[in-house]
Design a protein around this ligand. Structure first.
Ligand SMILES: [Zn+2]
Length: 321
């Protein structure tokens, strides 16, 4: 079962979180594979998307934000767009559009930018947005300061977190067709240190030791071992204090927020002329949700009602297919 666990080290200025997505991740992949238009993700794309999702869960746990955290990569490589979203209750979803064949071992840079570096946007979208409030957005460069592309997304996000928070960070992410997982360890400022305003914190030997242990975690271990076992193997000599793992209905789980009403809104946005020309051409309007694969159909009458007063009421749930 998918799980997220946050932890601290007794008496040390270090905190962390570990996530393992298995059932949630497999459901997401199975829904994509069942989509006859797209078919399953190529292995390299699934790996990237799984790492984005695990990274998004860890970052969300880290900032404890009341809203949705969205990681989005837009590139001009075979992966035109990849999006991973996690909300405050740990509901998650992700999708990628793939426009060209991808080698099984294609590196990140080749996936998103045909060899260039690429960027990943981080958006924090508040659950209760006040009028005029814009979501927070940050940009993660997928290359280091010298322009060298990072080997994987985890390195890019780690670099971003170190920069934006000025706190030494270790982030390890991995994904395959069964599991998407990640480990985050971060230095916390000691009392007073955060107020110095001098940029980077002075080195801390305890953090250095724990960071070295965390960075020694292999992808193989991260993907095959239960979170408790990963923590035990890495930190068995440390006084680790774990919070209760979040699993099941409280843990990370697949959920899509699409609805017939949202699709109707989108179609209204297209305009009556556009929608009726689709109906004339195909007899109906069919819209598939790219996150969950659910199909929404609007026949000629449904389509017409979209643009009348009566059609602006939410339809009965029985119409959802
Ligand atoms: Zn959906």
């Amino acid at each position: 079962m998918s799980e997220l666990q946050r932890f601290l080290f007794d008496g040390l200025p270090v905190r962390g979180a570990i996530v393992r997505l298995d059932d949630a991740w497999r459901e997401l992949l199975a829904r994509r594979a069942a989509n006859t238009e797209t078919g399953a993700y190529p292995a390299a794309v699934a790996r990237l998307l799984g790492e984005m999702l695990a990274g998004a869960v860890l970052m969300h746990a880290h900032v404890k934000y009341d809203g949705t955290l969205i990681l989005q990569i837009a590139g001009d490589g075979p992966v035109r767009l990849a999006v991973a979203q996690v909300d405050s209750s740990l509901q998650l979803r992700a999708t990628a559009s793939v426009t060209a064949p991808v080698a099984e071992d294609a590196p990140l840079a080749e996936l998103v930018n045909g060899g260039g570096a690429g960027r990943c946007a981080i958006t924090l979208d508040p659950r209760q947005r006040t009028p005029g409030q814009q979501p927070y957005q940050g940009i993660v460069a997928l290359a280091d300061d010298a322009g060298q592309a990072f080997a994987d997304l985890g390195q890019g996000l780690q670099h971003y977190m170190q920069r934006s928070e000025q706190l030494p960070t270790v982030l390890v992410l991995a994904a395959n067709q069964e599991v998407a997982a990640g480990l985050l360890v971060q230095r916390m400022p000691l009392s007073g240190e955060g107020n110095l305003g001098e940029g980077e914190l002075p080195p801390d030997l305890d953090f250095e030791r724990i960071a070295t242990l965390a960075a020694s975690l292999s992808r193989e271990e991260l993907l095959t071992l239960a979170p408790a076992e990963v923590l035990r193997r890495l930190f068995w000599q440390e006084r680790l204090m774990g919070f209760a793992p979040l699993t099941g209905a409280e843990g990370p789980r697949f959920a899509c927020t699409c609805s017939r009403e949202r699709v109707a809104e989108m179609l209204r946005g297209l305009g009556e002329d556009e929608v009726s020309s689709i109906v004339q051409e195909r007899g109906e309007v069919e819209v598939g949700c790219e996150y969950c694969g659910r199909q929404y159909r609007f026949d000629a009458i449904d389509a017409q009602q979209l643009f009348t007063a009566a059609g602006k009421q939410p339809p009965p749930p029985s119409r959802v297919q």
